[in-house]
Design a protein around this ligand. Sequence first.
Ligand SMILES: [Zn+2]
Length: 298
Amino acid sequence: MRAYQPYTEFQFNLWSFLLIAWALVGGIMYGLLLALVAMFIYLPIVFPLVLGGIAGKLLADYIKKRGLPNPTFALSCALLMGLTIYGTSQFFDYQSFKREMRGALEERFGEIEQTDFEEFTDYFLIENTGSPGYWGYLKLQAQEGIGIGRVARSSTFTLRGPGFWLYLLLDVGLLIGAAMVVVKLQTDNSFCPTCRSWYAAESIGYVTGALADSFMALLQQGSYKRAGTLITVDSTPRPYLRLAMSHCGCERGDSILKVTQVTGTTNGNESSKELTKGIISAQEENELLDATTEWEET
Ligand SMILES: [Zn+2]
């Protein structure tokens, strides 16, 4: 087998530009949605995770469709989208705070000029927290505390001080983290620069634990015919090797062979580890698989 080198080259083209645009536009859309829903109900941990997952899926599908294999670029877009979602919802939040404040002021003093109101808001925030604007608003929330598990504005408990900041960090971290994990699952796949398509993997069989070392040695030597005789198509008890072959869109192109070692853990769960991933030619693949078919027939 030849060593597998992942192709991750970044090309700045229309598709990569549109991915950035998607991250921003989609981020604003989801951020508004989050802010709207959060007016009525907000579930900490669950909402950021689900929304991050949905955002990541949107990006991953686009990355898959348009063939954008660079992981750094993809993850940056996920980060950008997560930040945009959170930023938009926070902006909306801050605006509703200002609207409420304006309502209360106008009730007492009558109509207020926009500039006077902005000045007063900043003065109020600086007086109470030491900072103007959004930052002051955040600090005000940390002082006064926010209700967690808020359902229709009644809350189960209130978070203040360091707890508030930790909560904020956790919320934004989960959202961005979920989006990045989903995107990474896509860019972890192999990409072929020739036909500009993703390799699709299919299982080609298993090797029982007792034959695993011999199989690996034969692969190393390039004896695909003999290695093939050790493959079974039926699953076997653990430990065993799981073999997957991936193809791209090229006709009679190279394939990627991935060997994963599957073992049982003491508590009965399955643990798997990638042993090797390499490139084999169409001819070598035939040798490997022909033997399996013969083995099946006898
Ligand atoms: Zn190809």
